[in-house]
Design a protein around this ligand. Structure first.
Ligand code: ATP
Ligand code: MG
Ligand code: MG
Length: 552
């Protein structure tokens, strides 16, 4: 976060409170309340789980405030009761904390419902809002054509009475709504009499069943920013054309205006981030839930083995700018940061995902040979692990070939291999089942070989290993930018983004691992323990392969 540290907020965004053109007395009042501090907010709608794009938004809002001696609120922008839930509220709170942020306070737009309602009454009194009985379709057409609603010239008294009637539940949903009186032929369509309040007979996850009229995003967001005295309202570029209506409403109410500044959304390759699309993936069964490790939701990333440090470093690296809302950042950059973190911090061991049994002919049934290895190679002080060789072991199916192959360093009838922290093994016999499938290999261990051996493979002792399930992942989408495919985006789903290895074997040392413990399995990648692991079955999720070239 050097980027934020070095710059004051106004020099980074090139705009300060002066540019919001507040009246002097309003600015004075604001400064009296805030002491001139930088105040930002992170305003998610609790209609889904947070994703990596929200990590960027949080990084910007929280660090910008903290590094300029200010603070940041977490504000739930909860104005659509039918799409929102307590589950989402809880998950969001959890993720904000997980990434290391402490909001100055946790607020809900719905906490301000009474104030927002009072402001709406005030707006009507000022002749700047009216109750409209047009259908949604008529409104849409009127806005498109720039034609006034026939209800636009209702008197203040009539509007006050109708709005109160809306609140009291005298109308059906969709029968009427409160609209802001902008300008129907304004060149910016967001100025064309946006809806401020609509009727919904749905209880609210936070406000309960007190209300049957709910304010819209456009009406709510700017007023909440103003009420909270947010100095800088930072949002993504698709809201740029709403800046005008944002300022219009605050001017109409004659209340404090924050500086609005837009920055580019984060898009990542081979995935989608929109909550609506993630929801569709879940509903159609392409992923298990919001917490599926293939998703770049924060909970998905956590379950995949990502650390807050890696995610935050990634956000610092990409930075913020006012350009490129549709630019796509290669997911490999995100992977670079988790590799860097885990390379330093994850102990090394190994695990066999597709085991074949190997019997070492020249070892006694109970003979054991133990060897120590560093958990962090080159750093013996950070711990050691003992690997005990026994007569029966497992090696990886791919590390054995009955036929010689070019550039192959595994075990073949002609070619011995070395096993990690152990001797060389030489093939003696390939034992088959009746159906011709491989039963096991018989080998001989030797301490020396005639020709130089290039292969060194991982293994586990049968006696000292346990069964495990290993989840390997590939990209969720085969297309770099599924969003660009428009309505056909689902056609780019990778049909094999998950490969489950049910019969993997890992060292029994790992029988007491806990969810979110992380490892490097040599020659395979970085793994974390899935939260669904039990005492009887350990489940490991591959966070990322060891290097880009070995990507699955
Ligand atoms: P989505 O379109 O993914 O559903 P949203 O914009 O509707 O996201 P909100 O919960 O309303 O999500 O967003 C909360 C804050 O996070 C907003 O300030 C929004 O601009 C920001 N944000 C959301 N997605 C991204 C993204 N991909 N990159 C950067 N900021 C984002
Ligand atoms: Mg939204
Ligand atoms: Mg959205």
């Amino acid at each position: 976060f050097e980027m934020y540290k070095r710059k004051s907020i106004s020099s980074l965004i090139g705009r300060d409170l002066k540019d919001a053109h507040n009246k002097p007395e309003i600015l004075e009042e604001h400064n009296k309340i805030t002491g001139g501090k930088i105040i930002t907010r992170f305003p998610p709608e609790p209609n889904g789980f947070l994703h990596i794009g929200h990590a960027k938004a949080m990084r910007f809002n929280f660090m910008m405030a903290a590094d300029n001696d200010g603070f940041c609120y977490l504000r739930y922008d909860d104005t659509n009761p039918e799409k929102e839930s307590q589950e989402y509220i809880d998950s969001i709170r959890e993720c904000v904390g997980w990434l290391g942020y402490t909001p100055k306070a946790v607020n809900f737009s719905s906490d301000y419902f009474q104030q927002l309602y009072d402001f709406a009454v005030e707006l009507i009194k000022r002749g700047k809002a009216y109750v409209c009985h047009q259908t949604a379709k008529e409104m849409q057409e009127g806005r498109k054509e720039g034609v006034d609603s026939p209800y636009r010239n209702r008197t203040v008294e009539e509007n006050l009475e109708l709005f109160e009637g809306m609140r009291q539940g005298k109308f059906e949903e969709g029968e009427c709504c409160l609209r802001m009186k902008g300008q129907m032929d304004h060149k910016n369509s967001n100025m064309r009499d946006h809806v401020a309040y609509r009727i919904k007979y749905t209880p609210h996850p936070h406000a309960g069943d007190k209300w049957c009229v709910y304010p819209t995003y456009d009406y709510t967001h700017c007023i909440c920013d103003s009420i909270e005295h947010v100095s800088h309202s930072l949002c993504t570029l698709e809201f740029e054309n709403r800046r005008e209506s944002y300022y219009w409403l605050l001017d109409a109410l004659d209340i404090f205006k924050p500086v609005v500044w837009e920055y580019s959304r984060l898009n990542i390759s081979n995935t989608i981030l929109s909550k609506r699309k993630i929801d569709a993936l879940i509903k159609e069964g392409h992923v298990d839930s919001w917490r599926d490790p293939r998703l770049l939701t924060l909970e998905g990333l956590k379950r995949r083995g990502y650390t807050p440090a890696a995610i935050n470093e990634f956000c610092d690296c990409i930075g913020v700018s006012r350009k490129g809302n549709e630019n796509v950042v290669d997911v490999k950059l995100l992977e670079h940061f988790i590799r860097k973190d885990l390379d330093e911090n994850a102990p090394r061991t190994y695990c066999v995902t597709d085991p074949i049994r190997v019997v070492i002919d020249n070892m006694g049934d109970d003979e054991e040979i133990s060897n120590e290895a560093d958990l962090f190679p080159g750093n013996p002080e950070k711990g050691k692990i003992t690997y005990t060789l026994t007569k029966s072991i497992f090696i990886e199916e791919a590390d054995f070939s009955e036929e010689p192959q070019a550039k192959y360093f595994g075990l073949t009838p002609e070619q011995p291999v070395r096993i990690f922290s152990g001797p060389y093994i030489k093939l003696k016999e390939v034992v088959k089942n009746e159906d011709g499938s491989l039963s096991h290999l018989v080998v001989e261990k030797v301490d020396e070989v005639e020709k130089k051996v290039k292969g060194c493979i991982h293994w586990v002792s049968e006696k000292y290993s346990i069964n495990a399930r290993v989840n390997l992942y590939d990209r969720l989408f085969t297309h770099e930018n599924p969003k660009a495919l428009g309505k056909d985006w689902m056609g780019a789903i990778n049909p094999v983004s998950l490969i489950v290895k049910e019969n993997a074997r890992m060292w029994a040392h790992l029988s007491d691992i806990k969810p979110y413990d992380r490892f490097q399995f040599l020659r395979k990648g970085y793994f974390t323990v899935d939260e669904d692991s039990t005492d009887d079955l350990k489940i490991l999720n591959c966070t990322v392969t060891l290097s880009e070239s070995k990507d699955a």
